[in-house]
Design a binder for this molecule. Structure first.
Ligand SMILES: *[C@@H]1O[C@H](CO)[C@@H](O)[C@H](O)[C@H]1NC(C)=O
Length: 315
């Protein structure tokens, strides 16, 4: 999926800024939603946000669905390959005291958001707060294995990739049957998101995270579930303006955290312009095939009536 490659380039350059050191034994922790999930929801029996059936995974090694919400690799997989390390396994696949706890973990869960209530109609998913709790438990396992000092160094030296917020729009604020869209203006909502994120990132810092890359949101006004709301199938300008507002507020938050928290190196990976250029100029990115097998991609989940004319562009 092209979006991932573009987002990757942005993330890697943010990474280079945040961490010039050797990457030989790099440990990574991934927090996110369906864009980065590698199979946690397979372990949640009642979750409706699933990607464990065809055609998910058809282009992935083995050709089978793994719980990734894509036909191929996720951004976490691609970044791991670029860094020369294995893609970290889903947290819920690890057994207690598994040695794999020492090699990086993926906590991402389809349907998850910054807010607890986001994606509630998927019944089960690991919200960002749940994912942070899972990281806390992981750290306890690591501490039991290698001791306090080594565990602290282990988590201080690791890289953290965080990408959440899309579902707070797509599966919360923009859903007419969810309370938040009724209750809050967008100004209030973006304030709620960034103040919640402030607490969450501070918690992750206190647990030992120092080098953190936060992936900003792409142009959500251009995904099929939003385009269907316009008569002509075009991107929703207002939604894209909201996303840009979220991105700029989050970028500022990360700068504030860097000033406030000693040793923090929080970076913002701005995927928005790269993804928008892909939408506007698909032919610049290789062969643009009109007729291709179509799959339900991340964030398209739950929206079966994706119109034909946009289905190959995205998600
Ligand atoms: C969200 O859930 C966490 C537990 O995961 C809880 O501690 C917190 O108070 C909840 N936040 C709100 C605003 O309800």
């Amino acid at each position: 999926m092209m979006i991932l490659r573009l987002a990757l380039a942005v993330a890697i350059s943010a990474y280079a800024t945040a961490q010039p050191a050797s990457t030989s034994s790099l440990v990574t922790y991934i927090f996110g939603d369906s864009l980065t999930e590698v199979g946690n929801n397979n372990y949640l029996q009642y979750s409706l946000a699933r990607a464990d059936f065809p055609y998910y995974g058809v282009d992935f090694s083995g050709g089978k669905a793994t719980g990734r919400f894509t036909n191929g690799r996720t951004i976490g997989d691609i970044i791991s390959t670029k860094l020369g390390i294995p893609s970290p396994p889903p947290y819920l696949s690890l057994s207690q005291n598994d040695d794999a706890f020492l090699s990086g973990i993926n906590y991402a869960s389809g349907g998850a958001g910054i807010l607890n209530e986001t994606g509630i109609y998927f019944i089960q998913r690991l919200t960002f707060n749940d994912q942070i709790n899972c990281f806390k438990k992981s750290k306890e396992v690591i501490r039991a294995k290698i001791g306090d000092g080594a565990a602290n160094k282990h988590v201080n030296d690791a890289m953290y990739f965080i990408g959440l917020g899309s579902n707070d729009y797509v599966n919360n604020f923009l859903q007419p049957f969810m309370a938040d869209g009724q209750q809050y203006t967008h100004d209030e909502f973006v304030e709620l998101l960034t103040s919640t994120l402030n607490n969450q990132l501070t918690t992750i810092y206190k647990l030992g995270a120092r080098k953190v890359i936060f992936h900003g949101l792409g142009p959500l006004g251009c995904i099929p579930s939003q385009r269907v709301k316009s008569k002509t199938g075009m991107c929703l300008k207002r939604v894209n303006e909201w996303v840009l507002e979220f991105n700029s507020r989050t970028k500022k938050l990360l700068l504030d955290l860097n000033k406030r928290l000693p040793g923090a190196k929080f970076a913002f990976a701005d995927t928005y312009p790269a993804v928008l250029d892909l939408i506007n100029n698909p032919t610049h990115y290789g062969k643009y095939r009109k007729k291709k097998k179509t799959f339900a991609f991340a964030l398209g989940v739950g929206y079966p009536n994706i119109p034909k004319r946009v289905e190959n562009i995205y998600f």
